[in-house]
Write a protein that binds this ligand. Structure first.
Ligand code: G3I
Length: 353
């Protein structure tokens, strides 16, 4: 081969590898790669990493009912607006999170003027007003909404979570939430979003809920799999079985809150509070590399059904898993370290045929 050709090939290969040094570029043929962020992170050194590596953002907390609507006549738009403006200036998509959830709800919404539990009619009126106001504000700027979050019970003997929403309104709050979101923005993709989505019992309940909503003509067009997993669980087979089942729903599938905790789920008898923060061990790192490689191979297999993979938090600098469920215990669940540098698990996600 003439030397000039060889150099040209080397140059092209290095350019190609340079261009695809970002997750969003490397996966441009597969799905959007997103990240959950805070308003503050759009103003720190994290902003550069967000823009360079991802092409979608989700507000970790700022758009939830409690933070955005703390009083009946008060909306806090500064946080959500800053995230939307940041995304728009960087050509990134925005996922809205979340319109109705049993957690981070403001105290006022379930109380009437006398401080007693509110009745169904008033609560539904308040929910409609909240959804209509928030979705209308971001119409054309937020392409997908987690409309209902975690409405299914983790109790194997229970279908829907016995939240205040269910207790006061009955299951119709789910149908109505989707309808009101659709009325406010007919172009938005509307998701049901949940965790433990690969559990054999819960996945059947999720499948049942989406099927029933669709059969009732409810405008649910997406299913969000939170994917708060760890380096031990779930198995490749469990993930594949769940995606195989959900693919039959013919809705937009998205992984919405991906992180791989370096600990098994549940309490940790090995960790003594007050000891130095747990270090990221070579054994944990090796298992995390293998697990990230494994799950992204499965995600690529379902590229026709999966349209976005969003990581929950930006880097190991801060994760919602720090101190949860074990107080004082540091976690290392993401692809970038505390200095925002790619970990070896990043390479495992980037390097595939
Ligand atoms: O903003 C207040 C602050 O004013 C106060 O000083 C501080 C101390 O109490 O709390 C701050 O609020 C915290 C909030 O995060 C913002 O940092 C809440 O206490 C804390 O509970 C809340 O945690 C969030 C959690 O949802 C709430 O359940 C996590 O950051 C967030 O990552 C997590 O995200 C959820 C998804 O929305 C749904 N799927 C599960 C996922 C993990 O729980």
């Amino acid at each position: 081969m003439r030397p000039g050709y060889f150099l040209l090939i080397v140059l092209l290969l290095s350019l190609q590898s340079g261009f695809s040094q970002s997750l969003s570029n490397r996966y441009s043929e597969f799905f959007t790669i997103g990240v959950a962020i805070t308003p503050r992170s759009t103003t720190t050194d994290e902003a550069k990493l967000i823009v360079s590596q991802f092409n979608s953002v989700t507000a970790e907390n700022a758009m939830k009912m409690g933070p955005v609507h703390p009083q009946e006549d008060q909306y806090n738009w500064a946080g959500p607006d800053s995230i939307v403006a940041f995304a728009q200036s960087s050509g990134m998509k925005v996922r809205g999170h979340t319109l109705v959830w049993h957690n981070q709800t403001p105290a006022w919404i379930f109380k009437d003027a006398n401080g007693q539990e509110v009745n169904k009619e008033i609560l539904l009126k308040r929910l409609k007003e909240h959804i209509t106001t928030v979705v209308t504000r971001y119409r054309g700027k937020i392409y997908a909404w987690d409309v209902v979050n975690e409405a299914i019970s983790d109790n194997p003997n229970e279908y829907l979570r016995n939240s205040n929403w269910l207790k006061i309104c009955g299951p119709e709050y789910i149908n109505l939430a989707f309808q009101w979101a659709h009325d406010a923005d007919p172009d938005a993709i509307l998701f049901y979003n949940d965790y433990n989505e690969t559990d054999p019992v819960k996945r059947e309940k999720i499948y049942r809920l989406i099927s029933e909503l669709k059969s009732q003509g409810v405008p649910v067009s997406g299913l969000g799999l939170q994917a708060h997993w760890n380096i031990y669980h779930p198995s490749a087979a469990q993930i594949d079985s769940a995606l195989q089942l959900y693919s039959k729903l013919n809705v937009n599938l998205q992984v919405t809150e991906l992180d791989l905790s370096v600990y098994p789920s549940g309490p940790d008898s090995t960790f003594k509070p007050g000891t130095i923060p747990a270090e990221f061990t070579p054994q944990q790192e090796q298992k995390q590399i293998e697990k990230y490689r494994e799950i992204f191979a499965i995600f690529r297999k379902y590229k026709k059904q999966i349209t976005s993979i969003t990581f929950w938090n930006i880097s190991d600098r801060r994760s919602w898993l720090d101190n949860f469920p074990v107080r004082g215990r540091k976690n290392y669940p993401l692809l970038f370290d505390k200095d925002l540098k790619p970990k070896r698990a990043f390479d495992a996600v980037m390097n595939f045929q």
